[in-house]
Design a protein around this ligand. Structure first.
Ligand SMILES: [Zn+2]
Length: 159
């Protein structure tokens, strides 16, 4: 643990390069569009980039993109206002539900009291390769590799 005086917090080296906190009141669709402007990154890569948005891990990016019905392969510069608003709501919804569930215990994650998180039981895409999409009930969830990380998504729902 590190204690830092409040007035030095914004220039503290470990925090100064971190992107926006997704549950911050200032995080909105228009804010996200500004961050995405002119960037040739995929949605998956951008959302995992801690310098753009802080605190989103692989599971939560996969789940949020499925919830927002956006393809992890889309370039961020092609996202419009409506899609950005939907994506912000999806990210916040997934994070809030995960916090309430105590996180996702796939291996060793534990809550402070030692209990396992239960969010893994509600995954819609993560780890569900080959299983039916719970949104469209038509196709199987695909797994692809993006920057050496697994991406799970529905090619029918997510455009
Ligand atoms: Zn689907």
């Amino acid at each position: 643990m590190l204690l830092v005086p409040l007035k030095e917090l914004s220039c503290f080296s470990l925090l100064s390069s971190l992107g926006v906190e997704p549950l911050d009141n200032n995080f909105s669709g228009s804010f996200l569009l500004e961050l995405f402007k002119n960037r040739s990154l995929t949605l998956k890569a951008a959302l995992l980039n801690q310098k753009i948005i802080s605190g989103l891990g692989n599971i939560y990016v996969c789940e949020a993109l499925h919830c927002a019905k956006l393809s992890p392969l889309r370039l961020v510069k092609t996202i419009n206002h409506l899609e950005a608003d939907i994506l912000v709501k999806a990210i916040q919804d997934v994070l809030r539900r995960a916090i309430i569930a105590g996180g996702s215990t796939l291996r060793d994650h534990r809550q402070p009291d030692g209990k396992k998180g239960t969010f893994q039981y509600t995954f819609k895409v993560y780890g569900r390769e080959g299983e039916q999409c719970l949104q469209c009930h038509h196709v199987e969830i695909k797994r692809i590799l993006q920057s050496n990380r697994s991406t799970f998504y529905c090619a029918r729902c997510q455009k």
